[in-house]
Design a protein around this ligand. Structure first.
Ligand code: SAM
Length: 227
């Protein structure tokens, strides 16, 4: 039996280290289970996320999402869901797409984003609990890296659709393994009457020079319009 013979305290400390490591990384992010876990992990990760994670790992998913939103003809105002430190907002603005508002469950990640002067507004929110006062407020919405293992499942899409105006474009990245495991296919079928122009495009999460166990991980870019 796993853990047999080990004192309970040791097992608990090990579990805590996975969720609240001294140095957060992708493995600790994938081990999250609840919105509260995300709040705690990203509070610690916020100030080093851009350098220790995004730059070092060759993370490009924010660029993929922004490029796809532009290709689809998306325009502002845009809501960036799970905006984190603002990478996707920067990528949108680099393509002339603005204004962009950002929301995230982590106040600390948003604090970093706020210093970049990228967003018109930033506000905290748990997309699994809904974003009050956002109905039909945006011409489009994006999300990079938030619909992934340990983070947000398919029900988060309802909040995004709610915030966008009819005919507005939505482009969300969904980690490909998470898509299959968490039931995104069933969610997209459930939404069929409320969305149009649906496509799913497989893209790399990390650039060609990335190394390590997740270097070849892929995401699906779900693109669709609110009916
Ligand atoms: C991997 S980061 C991606 C951040 C940014 N979009 C990027 O591409 O760098 C995932 C983000 O999702 C946020 N998040 C996790 N659960 C959330 C929830 N339920 N509601 C809103 N944001 C959430 C985290 O706080 C974190 O900032």
């Amino acid at each position: 039996m796993p853990g047999q013979g080990k004192p309970l305290a040791k097992i608990c400390v090990r579990a805590l280290n996975v969720l609240m490591p001294d140095k957060p990384d992708l493995e600790s992010a994938y081990a999250l289970q609840t919105p509260e876990d995300s709040r705690k992990l990203y509070a610690v990760w916020a100030t080093t996320y851009d350098t220790d994670f995004a730059e070092q790992s060759g993370y490009i998913l924010h660029e993929q999402v922004a490029r796809h939103f532009a290709l689809m003809g998306g325009f502002g105002p845009v809501l960036d869901v799970g905006a984190g430190t603002g990478l996707c907002g920067e990528a949108l603005r680099a393509r002339g797409i603005e204004p962009v508002d950002g929301t995230d469950i982590s106040a600390e990640m948003l604090e970093v984003a706020g210093k970049k002067d990228t967003y018109r507004n930033i506000f905290p929110g748990d997309i699994l609990a809904g974003l009050e006062g956002t109905q039909d407020s945006y011409q489009g919405a994006v999300s990079a890296g938030t619909f992934t293992t340990g983070h947000v499942g398919p029900d988060g899409i309802d909040t995004v659709v709610h915030a966008v105006r009819p005919r507005g474009w939505i482009v969300l990245s969904v980690n490909a393994k998470h898509y299959r495991a968490a039931g995104f296919e069933a969610k997209m079928a459930e939404l069929a009457a409320t969305i149009t122009d649906v496509s799913a495009t497989e893209v790399a999460i990390y650039g060609p020079d990335a190394t390590g166990p997740h270097a070849k991980d892929v995401a699906l870019l779900l693109a669709f319009r609110k009916a």
